[in-house]
Design a binder for this molecule. Structure first.
Ligand code: ATP
Ligand code: MG
Length: 239
């Protein structure tokens, strides 16, 4: 089982958008994916509840009789969305299972500073130090008319973390969140302008999931608080 977590201690940095898109991409490949929140805010669960069953299936946590949440049996990939301010023991616990942690980085000095703090903490974690958990950044809400992408690229270089693309600022992403969708639920002809932004991240995810060993059981649990896709041709993305 592959575990991919999305982490940035700054609220509103794009974690849920990124986590839902990572889950959406893996589901679009026909793989059994779970998307789970590790906090009580449960944005990802809300997104899953909004998701129409006609789209590629994405599982949520399964709650067992001891009231522990676990990935459902047979799930191949687990994507974990985390809340703002996530650090310390909680982060350490998640990192013990993670094969990859992706940090969304929005433009602006405060966002970069928060992302840098998250990277610094992640770098101190044993599984990251040992190389068993890979780190990468993705630029979020990037305005293509500005130098934001170039600034983020040099910032990421200075951090020593690969920048796996920059996701443009577009109303389409807010629309996706509202409808339980990702860009990958749409026919490519309809979302061609957005897909290039995800290419590098998707290629990286392909290597992460193909490198992960097949695990018989579930290493993850959390105290409780169909596959094939039909393109979202009827859903609207707007501008
Ligand atoms: N590329 C984008 N273009 C336009 N809006 C975006 C983009 N990415 C994210 N957003 C919007 O930014 C807002 C914050 O995004 P999101 O909810 O993913 O952040 P978050 O880090 O999960 O926030 P929180 O810390 O509160 O959980 C949302 O309204 C979302 O629709
Ligand atoms: Mg969120």
């Amino acid at each position: 089982m592959t575990v991919i977590a999305v982490v940035n201690r700054k609220g509103g940095s794009g974690k849920s958008t990124l986590a839902t898109h990572i889950a959406g991409y893996l589901a679009s490949l026909g793989q059994d994916v779970m998307l789970g929140d590790v906090d009580r805010l449960q944005s990802s669960r809300l997104w899953l509840n909004l998701r129409h069953p006609q789209h590629a299936r994405i599982h949520g946590w399964s709650i067992d009789e001891d009231k522990f949440a676990r990935p459902p049996a047979g799930v191949k990939h687990v994507v974990l969305d985390t809340p703002g301010g996530f650090r310390g023991f909680g982060l350490m616990k998640i990192s013990m299972h993670a094969d990859a942690i992706v940090i969304p980085a929005a433009p602006g000095v405060f966002d970069r500073a928060a992302a840098a703090e998250s990277i610094k903490e992640l770098r101190s974690l044993p599984r990251v130090i040992s190389g068993k958990c890979a780190l990468a950044c993705v630029g979020m809400r990037i305005d293509g008319r500005t130098r934001q992408a170039a600034e983020l690229e040099s910032w990421a270089q200075a951090q020593g973390v690969p920048l796996l693309g920059t996701v443009r600022l577009a109303q389409a992403y807010a629309r996706c969140l509202e409808q339980g969708l990702s860009i990958f639920d749409f026919p490519s002809a309809k979302v061609g302008q957005y897909l290039g932004d995800w290419q590098k991240l998707n290629a990286w995810l392909d290597t992460i999931v193909s490198a992960a060993p097949a695990a018989p059981g579930s290493p993850l649990s959390r105290p409780s608080a169909g596959k094939a896709s039909h393109p979202a041709s009827g859903s609207t993305l707007g501008g």
